[in-house]
Write a protein that binds this ligand. Structure first.
Ligand code: PLP
Length: 427
């Protein structure tokens, strides 16, 4: 498929191109292992001198086909699938950070990522500074240290719905010689391709819109191939100096632009092993085949819900970047001109308990710990996903204690609105 396909066609066609007599549909290579004719062939694989499959923890053809589809959708040079979005963000950062290093992240990010960066990576000796993306350049730049290795943000933050100024933070990161990593889960490459705005690495929780049906947990890391690691060789010894575990091979010298992806696969996946199961990759691929049809419907419905909530006097506030008077409207128009996502954050007038009462009255809309699938669902982060955080920590993480996260699905808009209306009326 050498022709340059548009995103819609990539969703359907990319990744798996059968040869004569092969299955039309991507097969599930449900095999842990792969056979070779002689010992030498296998040995060359272990030395990274040849490419080929030998053990599914490192690579599997089903996974690779789906990773390739995601890489092409994002406009990257390579991708890997991981067992979850958490694993994807961990690998993306850990691939270039080690004990003694530091990185910077936007403070408005997913709660799980917030814990991973602030608590677990700290235990591994990697320190993270949380910054408010609204700070001016000078204040952001003051956070960079000699041992800073990357900058992290979410295109559209979960759960707050803030839009990240990718171009601005790419410039700031590059000025300090480090890559920008963007979690593009909510926007998906249908609505935004962060590489076009200067991001270097993209991550996904494929559990969300990409799967789209709430059937499989998964993640992905994608590399643009644009960051020049060698130009910052002293900052990135893991990529630019010999790896003892591969007989002194240096990733940048041996693999050029693919250095980051090869290291993530050959070293991190080998040692940490958060591979996506081929079954899940197969299901993810089915989801991807309709991503371009589902995203516009999510956005259309969410826009209508946001407009409905905005004019209801029982609603205290709504954050959806498609609303004209929203703080993120301009950034939304810039980065997400075709629509943002289906997630609307809002608060009701009243107490935390009022938020819970509203949710308990919903009938079609389900209370679930999920977001971004075909069914409209709702969650109160302060009572659920972010339960461990105090009100103050919640605010620091950009989550108001009264924030309700409504993930608008692809049902008929009349049914979604009427359920919300009746729940508000019965409070
Ligand atoms: C859900 C989510 C994650 C974590 O993904 P899992 O697949 O649940 O591990 C990371 N980032 C964002 C933006 C998410 O919404």
């Amino acid at each position: 498929m050498e022709q340059k396909l548009k995103r819609e066609s990539l969703c359907v066609q990319a990744g798996w191109t059968p040869k004569k007599g092969e299955p039309r549909v991507l097969p599930i290579y449900q095999s842990t292992t792969f056979k070779y004719d002689n010992s030498e062939q296998m040995a060359r694989l272990f030395d990274l001198e040849d490419t080929g499959y030998f053990y599914t923890r490192l690579q599997n053809p089903t996974n690779d086909a789906v990773a390739d589809k995601i890489a092409r959708l994002e406009g990257g040079i390579g991708a890997m699938l991981t067992s979850s979005g958490q694993a994807a963000n961990f690998y993306a950062v850990f691939n270039i950070c080690q004990a003694g290093d530091h990185f910077i992240t936007s403070n408005t990010i997913y709660g799980g990522t917030f814990n991973l960066f602030g608590v677990t990576l700290k235990k591994l000796g990697i320190e993270c500074s949380f910054v408010d993306p609204d700070w001016d350049d000078e204040r952001i730049e003051a956070e960079f240290r000699p041992n800073t290795k990357c900058f992290f943000g979410e295109t559209i933050s979960n759960p707050g719905g803030n839009v990240f100024d990718i171009e601005r933070f790419a410039r700031l990161a590059h000025t300090h010689g480090v890559p920008l990593i963007i979690d593009n889960t909510f926007a998906t490459p249908i609505n935004c391709r962060p590489f076009e705005w200067g991001a270097d690495i993209v991550t996904h929780s494929t559990t969300k819109y990409m799967d789209g049906h709430a059937v499989s947990v998964g993640g992905a890391v994608v590399d643009s191939g644009n960051f020049d690691w060698e130009a910052q060789a002293d900052k990135f010894p893991g990529l630019c100096q010999p790896d003892e575990s591969y007989h002194g091979l240096t990733y940048t010298k041996a693999f050029g632009k693919m250095a980051y992806m090869v290291k993530a696969t050959a070293q991190l996946m080998r040692d940490l092993g958060s591979i996506q199961s081929p079954q899940n990759a197969f299901l993810l691929n089915l989801g991807l085949e309709t991503l371009h049809l589902r995203m516009p419907q999510h956005c259309k419905n969410a826009q209508a819900v946001a407009e409905f909530l905005e004019q209801d006097e029982r609603v205290a506030w709504v954050n959806y970047c498609g609303l004209k008077n929203n703080k993120y409207y301009e950034l939304g128009q810039k980065y997400l001109p075709g629509g943002s996502c289906g997630v609307v954050a809002f608060g009701l007038k009243g107490t935390r308990e009022d938020a819970i009462r509203f949710m308990d009255h919903l009938k079609m809309v389900g209370i679930v710990t999920h977001v971004a699938d075909a069914r409209t669902c709702v969650l109160h982060p302060a009572s659920h996903t972010h339960r461990q955080l105090s009100d103050e920590q919640l605010r620091e993480a950009g989550v108001a204690p009264d924030l309700i996260r409504l993930s608008v699905g692809i049902e008929h808009i009349d049914d979604i609105l009427s359920d919300i209306r009746q729940a508000l009326n019965s409070m």
